[in-house]
Write a protein that binds this ligand. Structure first.
Ligand SMILES: Nc1nc2c(ncn2[C@@H]2O[C@H](COP(=O)(O)OP(=O)(O)OP(=O)(O)O)[C@@H](O)[C@H]2O)c(=O)[nH]1
Ligand SMILES: [Mg+2]
Length: 423
């Protein structure tokens, strides 16, 4: 599917390795690597799988296999080789030497996609930071040939090696990026503070990349966020309001997708963007049920959620792309297996109403529908209720306003004495 024949795109050969009882199917992992390469604009000319007892130190794969791959590359005119597993700096260098091609691993490919997609200032800073953090430990051996004593000349300290100077420059850049990021985030925090004062519940769409989060977001909010059959189409979070059938408002956030073997540097760098997820009252986990590896994808999302420290949050499970699921029994089995889950198609709109109802039910523990009787003289209080609560009806009788509103626990405390209790 991904083996297209455009001549000007960078051509690459992909290598996966199979070691003993792999936890998840190597062919599927390689297929995902193909999608990653294609999302990065690379043309995949060949894929190969190497059976390994254990990775061999100098080349990761055997030396014979490395030579074989080099021949394949020259035959297919590939200029890059992409490994599904992380290579040590020395292995990368040795492989480049023997194959005469650029050698990358999955982490570098993901970092490259993110670098291509980053649009906001925060996104660009985060990516550069992640790239440098990936590079820093690699400086140790990568530039060993430069590491000779140079003496105390110029900016370098006495007795400092070239390697130490390079490492120091990278560390300085990292520190500068971290300072800039902190400033950008402070600004965002102030903006977000204003939004959250509104007291609306916040729900974050999370899930594996390409699961259909942005498509669902667009369907629910009437937005036109980019949706693409590419991995990591979304990088920056977007927030919009959604009005539920009961007129309860929710703030919905579309976020960056997760992936198996997500580079640690990226999780770390994107923790702040995903702060939005940390602030959410509820997570909406979108699963592409038409994907053969949906179960492993769900597991990868669950473990990333834990790593991000939001494991304890309430989650609504949404099985998406049901229009493409060939076996209807699978949908029923999943719905029975995960009580409270819903099956939808962001594409056709099937199941969206049921999903909204489920969302409302899950949020009802967070915001309650309450009736109030407020003296008209208390106009400031009435205004506050309109601002902070979601007023579904209001009418006036004698000296009072009779108001029905969906209200957060904090606001409820303030208005406790005005609640109407039905005996
Ligand atoms: N058939 C079908 N395709 C869908 C559905 N929902 C999304 N898609 C397609 O799946 C692809 C990915 O959708 P996105 O909404 O971009 O997915 P995402 O989860 O936001 O992906 P990232 O931002 O890359 O993490 C697009 O080509 C969509 O058109 C669905 O319900 N049915
Ligand atoms: Mg998206």
């Amino acid at each position: 599917m991904y083996l297209t024949s455009s001549s000007h795109r960078e051509r690459a050969l992909l290598v996966g390795s199979c070691r003993g009882s792999a936890l998840w199917d190597i062919a599927e992992s390689l297929d995902e690597l193909c999608q990653l390469a294609s999302s990065a604009g690379i043309q995949v000319v060949e894929t190969c799988i190497q059976r390994l007892e254990r990775p061999t130190a100098p080349f990761y794969i055997g030396k014979g296999k490395a030579r074989e791959i080099a021949q394949q590359c020259s035959k297919k005119q590939a200029s890059s080789i992409i490994f599904d597993d992380e290579l040590s700096p020395a292995q990368g260098r040795n492989l480049e030497y023997i194959t005469n091609c650029k050698v990358l691993d999955r982490t570098q490919l993901i970092l490259d996609i993110f670098a291509q997609r980053a649009r906001t200032r925060e996104g660009c800073l985060q990516i550069e930071l992640a790239q440098l953090q990936y590079l820093l430990p690699r400086l140790t051996r990568m530039w060993l040939h430069l590491s000779r004593q140079t003496g105390g000349i110029g900016t370098r300290g006495p007795g400092e090696t070239q390697l130490e100077a390079d490492r120091r420059r990278v560390q300085e850049r990292i520190a500068k990026l971290e300072r800039e990021l902190a400033a950008v985030r402070k600004n965002r925090f102030i903006q977000r503070g204003g939004r959250l004062k509104k007291n609306w519940p916040v729900a974050a769409l999370i899930g594996y990349t390409n699961a259909g989060k942005s498509s669902l977001f667009n369907r629910l909010t009437g937005s036109e966020v980019i949706t693409e059959d590419k991995l990591f189409a979304t990088l920056d979070p977007t927030t919009r309001q959604v009005l539920l059938p009961s007129r309860q408002k929710v703030l919905l956030i579309d976020t960056v997708g997760f992936i198996r073997k997500l580079p640690y540097t990226l999780i770390d760098a994107f923790k702040a963007t995903l702060e939005e997820t940390q602030l959410a009252d509820l997570l909406i986990h979108v699963v592409d049920l038409s994907h053969p590896g949906y179960y492993e994808q769900m597991a990868a999302v669950d473990s990333t959620i834990k790593e991000l420290g939001v494991g304890g949050k309430q989650v609504v499970l949404v099985f998406n792309k049901v229009d493409c699921v060939r076996n209807p029994e699978l949908i029923q089995t999943q719905l029975r297996r995960y009580p409270g889950s819903v099956a939808v198609s962001a594409y056709t709109g099937i199941g969206i109403d049921a999903f909204l109802q489920q969302l409302e039910m899950d949020l009802s523990t967070w915001r309650l529908k309450v009736e109030y009787q407020i003296p008209l003289a208390e106009s400031a209080l009435l205004a506050e209720l309109h601002r902070g609560g979601c007023v579904s009806s209001a009418y006036y009788k004698d000296e009072f306003a009779l108001v029905t509103a969906y209200i957060s626990p904090a606001l409820r405390q303030r208005f406790l004495s005005f609640e109407v209790t039905h005996q």
